[in-house]
Design a protein around this ligand. Structure first.
Ligand code: AMP
Length: 300
């Protein structure tokens, strides 16, 4: 089934110990879509400026990504810059230029409003709420966010979370949001708001799945080399939701969510091996299935 995603589409400047890239294609919806489109048709909603590379748009279209919900406006694309220090655990945001994003108000094409699967990638929680208001049936909803919104828009974020089912956050974010330093309590806080599933990303320590009262822990899938972690969380979410989209929505169980964790982990492992979307775009379906097999074997 097709999967609708709403999020940022950006031109990023990224500095890591492995080098630097300026104005490279990024954004939460971009990384998510490229990962999810490996398994299902993605309907992408977002905004770019007239400076956004035409070949990137053509590339999206060639990859099972529908762009009816993409607005191309006069002006500059959202730009973000980040720098990683040695271990690449800590990231410093160097700049954020909202540009066309400043006045963006997502409008979903009529067909998207009936979607059965929706992902609210990292954008302002008020925009996530606007999207939820446009839904015409009751999709399964995933949501991601970031510390910026926890700090400046906590109430709206809590509302958006309360209307979603699957929340994907990193360990620091969930503790900051819940104000509960002990992880199980932080997860319980989120589940008490409504979502049945909470995924806690823990960087190089992998990720934990909390599905109702069930729990599973996953290590990372070893990558060939760590070049740029930007968007790893989005690629994870894309791999995760893409897997769910490939199943029957009315018959999803813990085992499906566990399998989705593996897909998310494997797609994220490819993403970090290059700057921007280079590696994620270059790999074949065979590369993905081979790494999936190797990773699954390592878990058993
Ligand atoms: P991640 O590494 O998963 O945090 O995602 C990095 C991506 O998030 C980059 O490509 C940025 O363009 C995008 N990003 C950074 N800040 C924001 C923001 N305030 N709203 C939406 N997207 C953002």
């Amino acid at each position: 089934m097709p999967l609708v995603v709403v999020g940022s589409i950006a031109l990023d400047t990224v500095i890591t110990p492995k080098g630097r890239r300026d104005n490279t294609v990024g954004g939460s919806a971009t990384f998510f879509s490229l990962a999810a489109a490996r398994q299902t048709r993605v309907q992408m909603v977002g905004v770019v400026g007239s400076d956004f590379p035409k070949d990137a748009i053509e590339d999206f279209k060639s990859r099972n990504i529908d762009l009816e919900g993409l607005e191309i406006r006069d002006g500059k694309t959202f730009r973000w810059g980040g720098e990683y220090r040695k271990s690449m655990k800590e990231r410093k945001t160097i700049f954020t230029e909202l540009n066309v994003f400043e006045t963006f108000s997502p409008i979903l094409p009529p067909a998207y409003r009936k979607t059965e699967l929706l992902f609210l990638a990292n954008i302002h929680p008020e925009l996530q709420l606007q999207v939820l208001d446009q839904m015409e049936n009751r999709p399964l909803i995933g949501l991601d966010s970031m510390n910026l919104w926890i700090n400046i828009s906590r109430d709206s974020l809590l509302k958006a979370i309360g209307r979603s089912h699957i929340i994907i956050l990193n360990d620091e974010e969930i503790i900051e949001l819940s104000e509960k330093p002990y992880l199980p309590n932080a997860v319980r806080f989120i589940q008490d708001l409504g979502p049945h599933t909470v995924i806690v990303k823990k960087g190089k320590y992998g990720a934990e799945l909390f599905y109702y009262e069930k729990h599973a822990v996953y290590p990372i899938c070893p990558e060939e080399q760590l070049v740029d972690p930007t968007g790893a969380g989005d690629a994870f979410a894309g791999g995760f939701m893409g897997y769910l989209a490939s199943r029957n929505k009315s018959d999803l169980h813990f085992e499906d969510y566990k399998e989705a964790m593996i897909c998310g982990t494997v797609l994220a492992s490819f993403l970090v091996e290059s700057f921007s979307t280079d590696k994620l775009a270059a790999i074949s379906d065979l590369d993905i299935s081979q790494r999936l097999q190797t990773f699954k074997k390592s878990l058993s």
